[in-house]
Design a binder for this molecule. Structure first.
Ligand SMILES: Cc1cc2nc3c(=O)[nH]c(=O)nc-3n(C[C@H](O)[C@H](O)[C@H](O)COP(=O)(O)OP(=O)(O)OC[C@H]3O[C@@H](n4cnc5c(N)ncnc54)[C@H](O)[C@@H]3O)c2cc1C
Ligand SMILES: *[C@@H]1O[C@H](CO)[C@@H](O)[C@H](O)[C@H]1NC(C)=O
Ligand SMILES: *[C@@H]1O[C@H](CO)[C@@H](O)[C@H](O)[C@H]1NC(C)=O
Ligand SMILES: *[C@@H]1O[C@H](CO)[C@@H](O)[C@H](O)[C@H]1NC(C)=O
Ligand SMILES: *[C@@H]1O[C@H](CO)[C@@H](O)[C@H](O)[C@H]1NC(C)=O
Ligand SMILES: *[C@@H]1O[C@H](CO)[C@@H](O)[C@H](O)[C@H]1NC(C)=O
Ligand SMILES: *[C@@H]1O[C@H](CO)[C@@H](O)[C@H](O)[C@H]1NC(C)=O
Ligand SMILES: *[C@@H]1O[C@H](CO)[C@@H](O)[C@H](O)[C@H]1NC(C)=O
Ligand SMILES: *[C@@H]1O[C@H](CO)[C@@H](O)[C@H](O)[C@H]1NC(C)=O
Ligand SMILES: *[C@@H]1O[C@H](CO)[C@@H](O)[C@H](O)[C@H]1NC(C)=O
Ligand SMILES: *[C@@H]1O[C@H](CO)[C@@H](O)[C@H](O)[C@H]1NC(C)=O
Ligand SMILES: *[C@@H]1O[C@H](CO)[C@@H](O)[C@H](O)[C@H]1NC(C)=O
Ligand SMILES: *[C@@H]1O[C@H](CO)[C@@H](O)[C@H](O)[C@H]1NC(C)=O
Length: 646
């Protein structure tokens, strides 16, 4: 790959930690001396803000201002990584001082935000202390919109380190520190800001994170002592009825990196088309979701969300802004669709294809262990359903269900719902009839409720309520059990037994009967975990504890989850995998489970596009070469220093 710019210099020797020097002394960093470093170049992106870029002539202009160490913002000229073992951390001599941060702020157009943790108003140790504000934050803590609108907040703060949560929600929360949250964020609204930040972090050896909605369960969007790119406000969204790209001609969405799922589904509804997205409203569809593969209520019909991408715009770790498609940078295009976020660059926009409107029929019912349904019968009910695991997705359906204790403490099976994609009520009833008959033979009488909808939007809106976030009372692992586990009766029984073992041990099951359909109209040549192409399940297994659990208690359940419950799941599906976007952060041999046979290829691409190791996230490609200081086993928090393993 071509690396542009001028001679590489060892910047550490040029940089004063506290100030920007000019040839004639310190330049006061004001908007009078320095202006935003951006130029509008001939349109190269999907949106006008993608044409606002940090060009070489902008950098040259800055140099003319006599800011001798404007080298902080230079593009690289070498692939040499920093020789320091650790990323520079607040308090280190090389940590940029306030004037340097202010220069970044001015160059980025006043977009730099110094982190104040979301719950800081609850603590007298912070100047933001305000009891009224604290009460508002506490009462809406489980609302994802509160976190999405904050530059740094993690929606699942366990691996942040729980260093600043509302004190009335956890008895150990007696103080608020910045912990695993980024030190500073850039409120990104154009490409130039991303380029400035990548150059700045690379040249100063700072930790960099990309933070969109903060939905990630493993807290891949936080990191102590980091500069964070907050991409949520890249929320441009357009629909084209007839979009032509390469051999594709048809409906398409053009989405900025910060767009939320709900907005895409609504625009699809208004235009009589169907989008391939996830089930939750505020997940960033063009951010971590597509980067991880993206499973959908449409997957058994059309494949993964990543398969629907026509092309992407991305800022590489070098700072270069490029197109990734089947014809331009095809290797990068392959890696960006499944190989994970925060690894190969910062995606700014994505173009995805859409499908004609389809009817959807949902079915719901539940049954519990009771005086008439013994525990064995209850589990045989799941075994009966598993016999149909090949049949149902092959017909295009998606079964979403869970097994959890009810108020009486007995286990309940709930369809939440069974989802007949492109099916009428009559078609759905015909599909499930043999299964319901088998359940009845076991003595499990159910009362299915069928609802037929004209399109995805009302079916989705009625089936998937707004998500509830903010908690730290569970951690989940997951498994993609392949077809073989359900067509071979012996293996089916073994699979059922290991599922039962985990639930009877105290976990709950969030089950999907799903497949990634073969779709000749989509581009399925991508890095989505190959296990997705074989699977008939995505079984998520949360282990539970209460809000006041100590780290020792959390450790205990997490260890059981990884080394007992999930170990048995792995043993009955050797060589299969797990979905890292909803997976166990402690997964042993995560390279195999999360990336399968694509791992060597992905790692080679990571080294090619990011030889500086600018991007890091837990369990991301290449993360095995790094560690975070101060972590305790099974609770790999992000509130230490990021260092290279030696
Ligand atoms: C309630 C809930 C429901 C979910 N439902 C589904 C579902 O139905 N199907 C499914 O497949 N998944 C689902 N997920 C998992 C979801 O796909 C991941 O959490 C995903 O990573 C969220 O992406 P985000 O951009 O919203 O979150 P963030 O936490 O902000 O980002 C996630 C990761 O992607 C990186 N990233 C984000 N934007 C960019 C970018 N522009 N460029 C480079 N890297 C980027 C971040 O650095 C981070 O590593 C669900 C998660 C939750 C919490
Ligand atoms: C360089 O600076 C000059 C003078 O301030 C300005 O007119 C010009 O637009 C700048 N060019 C770029 C690319 O920033
Ligand atoms: C930069 O320094 C030169 C002399 O070295 C001086 O003439 C010029 O005015 C300075 N420019 C700015 C913007 O300070
Ligand atoms: C405290 O927070 C409330 C609610 O946001 C706000 O109305 C009020 O102005 C704040 N008080 C101070 C002193 O900032
Ligand atoms: C509480 O947090 C503040 C702000 O981060 C910090 O200065 C202080 O040392 C902390 N106090 C304790 C007892 O940890
Ligand atoms: C971030 O930028 C957006 C778009 O300019 C703006 O509306 C929002 O207020 C900014 N948020 C913060 C916290 O600065
Ligand atoms: C969508 O379909 C409805 C009903 O067929 C029609 O009335 C409407 O005009 C269509 N809308 C668009 C944007 O095509
Ligand atoms: C898939 O894409 C990769 C990366 O561009 C390419 O090398 C390979 O030939 C493609 N495979 C097929 C079957 O098209
Ligand atoms: C719970 O299950 C037991 C049998 O294990 C049964 O006796 C009891 O009635 C059940 N309770 C409810 C509320 O169904
Ligand atoms: C839905 O099914 C019909 C046949 O029943 C088919 O013609 C149509 O293409 C399907 N729609 C989609 C989006 O797959
Ligand atoms: C979506 O669901 C809510 C209830 O959760 C309902 O109030 C609203 O009318 C629904 N919207 C549509 C378009 O179906
Ligand atoms: C699987 O389990 C069921 C129910 O316990 C049993 O009837 C069946 O014989 C078992 N099948 C095999 C192949 O072990
Ligand atoms: C079914 O699975 C069992 C257990 O893994 C295995 O021993 C057996 O060979 C399999 N049968 C077939 C026909 O693949």
């Amino acid at each position: 790959m071509a690396i542009r710019g001028v001679a590489f210099v060892c910047l550490a020797s040029l940089i004063s930690a506290q100030q920007i020097n000019s040839a004639h002394g310190v330049i006061p960093a004001t908007s009078g001396t320095v202006t935003p470093a951006a130029a509008v170049v001939a349109a190269k992106g999907n949106f006008a803000w993608e044409s606002v870029q940090l060009t070489q002539s902008v950098l040259t202009n800055l140099t003319n201002l006599n800011l001798t160490n404007i080298a902080l913002f230079k593009y690289p000229t070498s692939t040499a990584a920093s020789t320091s073992q650790c990323k520079v951390f607040p308090g280190d001599a090389d940590w940029p001082g306030p004037v340097t941060w202010e220069i970044l702020n001015i160059l980025s157009g006043d977009a730099l935000i110094k982190t104040v943790p979301l719950a800081a108003p609850c603590f007298t140790s912070w100047p933001e202390y305000n009891a009224t504000e604290c009460a508002i934050i506490t009462s809406s803590w489980s609302d994802p919109h509160l976190h999405v609108a904050n530059p740094t907040s993690a929606q699942w703060p366990l691996y942040e380190g729980l260093t600043c949560v509302p004190p009335s929600l956890r008895s150990e929360a007696t103080n608020c520190t910045i912990g695993g949250y980024a030190a500073y964020s850039i409120n990104v609204t154009n490409v130039a800001q991303i380029q400035l930040a990548l150059n700045f972090a690379r040249n100063l050896n700072l930790r960099l994170v990309v933070r969109n909605t903060g939905h990630d369960f493993a807290d891949k969007s936080v990191g102590a002592g980091s500069l964070s790119l907050w991409t949520r406000n890249l929320d441009s969204l357009e629909f084209y009825k007839d979009y032509t790209y390469g051999s594709y001609s048809g409906p398409a969405f053009v989405m900025g990196a910060g767009v939320e799922t709900a907005d895409v589904y609504l625009l699809a509804e208004q235009n009589n088309v169907t989008a391939v997205g996830g089930e939750c409203r505020t997940v960033g569809i063009a951010g971590g979701y597509i980067a991880g593969g993206g499973h959908s209520p449409m997957s058994s019909l059309k494949g993964m969300a990543a398969d629907q991408v026509l092309f992407m715009k991305v800022v590489l770790p070098s700072g270069e802004f490029v197109t990734a498609s089947a014809t331009e940078n095809p290797d990068l295009f392959w890696a960006l669709r499944g190989g994970g976020g925060s690894t190969f660059g910062v995606v700014t926009s994505v173009v995805v294809m859409a499908y004609p409107k389809i009817p959807v029929t949902t079915m719901t019912f539940s049954y519990s262990i009771s005086s008439t349904i013994s525990a064995d019968t209850f589990w045989n009910g799941l075994g009966v359903y598993m016999k149909y695991f090949p049949t149902f997705p092959d017909a295009g359906s998606y079964g979403y269900f869970n097994i959890a204790p009810n108020a009486a403490g007995n286990l309940t099976f709930t369809f939440d719902p069974f989802w007949g994609a492109n099916m009428t009520k009559i078609q759905t009833q015909a599909l499930v009839a043999p299964y319901l008959s088998d359940l009845a033979k076991l003595g499990i009488a159910v009362t299915p409720v069928y609802t037929e909808y004209q399109s995805l939007y009302p079916a989705w809106n009625a089936s998937f309520p707004p998500e509830v976030v903010g908690g730290w009372t569970n951690h989940a692992g997951s498994r993609l059990f392949p077809r073989e586990n359900f067509v071979n009766a012996t293996l089916l029984n073994e699979t059922l037994a290991v599922v039962r073992h985990a639930i009877e041990g105290g976990a709950i099951l969030v089950g999907y009967n799903i497949k990634s359909a073969v779709n000749p109209h989509a581009n399925q040549n991508n890095s989505v975990n190959p296990a997705w192409r074989e699977t008939l399940t995505h079984f998520i297994l949360p282990g539970l504890w209460d809000a006041d659990a100590t780290f020792a208690q959390i450790q205990n359940v997490s260890e059981t989850l990884t080394n007992d419950w999930l170990a048995r799941w792995r043993a009955v599906s050797p060589g299969a995998g797990s979905y890292f976007a909803e997976g166990d952060i402690n997964e042993p041999d995560f390279q195999q489970s999360f990336y399968g046979s694509y791992y060597p290829q992905l790692l080679a691409m990571k080294k090619e596009f990011d030889p500086w190791d600018l991007f890091y996230a837990p369990t991301a490609v290449g993360s095995e070469y790094w560690y975070i200081t101060g972590q305790i086993p099974y609770i790999p928090t992000q509130n230490g220093r990021l260092c290279r393993k030696t």
